[in-house]
Design a protein around this ligand. Sequence first.
Ligand SMILES: Cc1cc2nc3c(=O)[nH]c(=O)nc-3n(C[C@H](O)[C@H](O)[C@H](O)COP(=O)(O)OP(=O)(O)OC[C@H]3O[C@@H](n4cnc5c(N)ncnc54)[C@H](O)[C@@H]3O)c2cc1C
Length: 470
Amino acid sequence: MALPAAALLPTALPGPLPAPASSEQLEAISRDLLAAGLEPLRSAGELESLSADSFVYSPVLQPLLQGLRAQLGVRAATPEQVQQVAAACSRHGVSLTLRGAGTGNYGQCVPLAGGLVLELSGLNRLRALEPGSGVFTAEPGIVLAELDRQLQARGRELRLVPSTVRSASLGGYLAGGSSGIGSLRWGFLRDPGHLLGLELVTLEPTPRCLQLDAGAAQAINHAYGSNGIITAITMASAPALPWQQLVLEFEGWEQALAAAQQLPALALLLNALCLLEAPVAALMPWPQGCPPANGRGHRLLLLAAPDALPALQAWLPALQGQLLWQAPQGQSRGVALRELCWNHTTLHARSRDAGFTYLQLLLPQPEGPALAALRARWGDTVLWHLEGVRSQGQQRLACLPLLRWQGPELLQQLIDQARGLGCLLFNPHALTVEDGGLGAVDAQQVAAKAAYDPAGLLNPGKLRGWLERA
Ligand SMILES: Cc1cc2nc3c(=O)[nH]c(=O)nc-3n(C[C@H](O)[C@H](O)[C@H](O)COP(=O)(O)OP(=O)(O)OC[C@H]3O[C@@H](n4cnc5c(N)ncnc54)[C@H](O)[C@@H]3O)c2cc1C
């Protein structure tokens, strides 16, 4: 049964939160950082930019997070420096929030209780790639596009990347992201099989640097940096392929939806499938050479292996679709297709009208009736953006509908109706790990926090299971 929506949209910060650090604590920790050869960052500008992410996409989170700042910042470039920062925080009882590139949408790296922010972009090496298996170990601060470039030079590629691949870090993606390009084939980052091990620094007076195997690492996966500091990540990769970017257009929504449902079932190798309803397509900046959207055609964006093209062209006329544009990934000009999908669709819509916000749902199967009911209820006040994903071994459609913000009531009504129709909600207007996911506390995440951050200093307020423990 669906939960009441009122419980889903926060109106206050989670708590209890620790008190901000006193000036004595800040002085003491600054001295320790300096003694370790690290520079404490104190300027208002630096603290502002180290404390924010893309939470403005949520008008629910925006008023709660606006203005929250770290009291001190620091950058580390080696696991040993991370240990020194962790020791100083533990010694002086100062809370610590970890930061990759700061592209999260839910305020994942916004410090709710002041304290210190540790920025990790200096830990950016690909440490190892095992040629036979493609298993790699890389440091968390490496930017995903750079990691992918280094893997591709050796015939491999990342299985999953967010649409922020050009800016987001590996550690931030693992701890704060969930899915993206590749999810059509490879599912979600938390699915067992992607993460094979972690190097983790604990937050204790004498921090340990632990090597966790795949099983133990899973509790740290998607925990918003609340239960350990990742200093290296071991993951599976995929053989690199020269993905082709394709834009298909359909006059009818039913045909476009049928194509999105049928394509993953064909014997084609696809890495991404994104369906944009005509009004959404009209808001996007299309790659050079791709005809601009006329507001009538629904567009299906694909990343396909080169051998998919002949079959696609033979199959398209049956659904009254046409191939509008194609170009190899990495060789087109203007915006790349992977920057028109997932939350980049929301980004482009917001750059045209900052009043847009969004939701994240997994549609029930069959998708048609639920989508038809939602479209009938909301007309053109909600615009539809779908993504093909693999969930628990099944090909499914997720959706990130766009709506203009008119207050929480309409958003709640949309959530209520969608959940009543059997949609699973991944709420982007939530502050805790659990509320941004399926709502349930993961006992292993909480146990990992007790083991690796016993004083509860890491990213306070973000793990609801820790706040609610007896
Ligand atoms: C336009 C746009 C599009 C997006 N598209 C996608 C998408 O396709 N798929 C998707 O999943 N997300 C997407 N996101 C959300 C975000 O980009 C991803 O979650 C991203 O991977 C975060 O990486 P980051 O380096 O910016 O992490 P940050 O925002 O810096 O951090 C994210 C979380 O990870 C924690 N963290 C960072 N480093 C460490 C570490 N070393 N150890 C432990 N914890 C750590 C932080 O404390 C924080 O809780 C999108 C966001 C935007 C704004």
